[in-house]
Design a protein around this ligand. Sequence first.
Ligand code: THU
Length: 156
Amino acid sequence: MDIHITVEHLAFDQLKADDRELIERAKQMTFTSYAPYSDFHVGAALQLSNGQVYTGSNQENAAFGIALCAERTAFFAAGANSPEVPPVAIAIAARSGEEFTAQPVSPCGSCRQALLEAETRFKQPIRVLLYGTEGVYVVSKVADLLPLNFDGTLMK
Ligand code: THU
């Protein structure tokens, strides 16, 4: 079996205005990150089908293992406040110290799994916009970032 995914690689200026705006929200959110241990400041902006945007940033702790990533902070806020509205896109950006990363920043496996739940539940793809100063990766759905994934339908 071969598994293929398509990742678009675009310059920031080639993106549509909506996508640029979502990325700007993610970039802004890096400044609310609490990351004294890693100095890696991640911001996420999650757009819902009704146009609402929920944002998040990574929140670390002296007990390292309980830190929460930016993506899940945004995603759980959306789930808690707009439980019936499907997410349609997420933008992610990160700064290491003062500088935004040159390479696009990619969500960790746990965040991919968390986002996948909404794709499965709402049967609607969530576009993923990964920002780097040298370019942006666009993936058309979370499932592409998690081949052979585990979702609830397997338990039925
Ligand atoms: N982090 C995120 O917020 N999102 C990711 O997808 C990758 C990692 C955070 C967790 C931790 O606070 C810091 O980045 C370093 O791993």
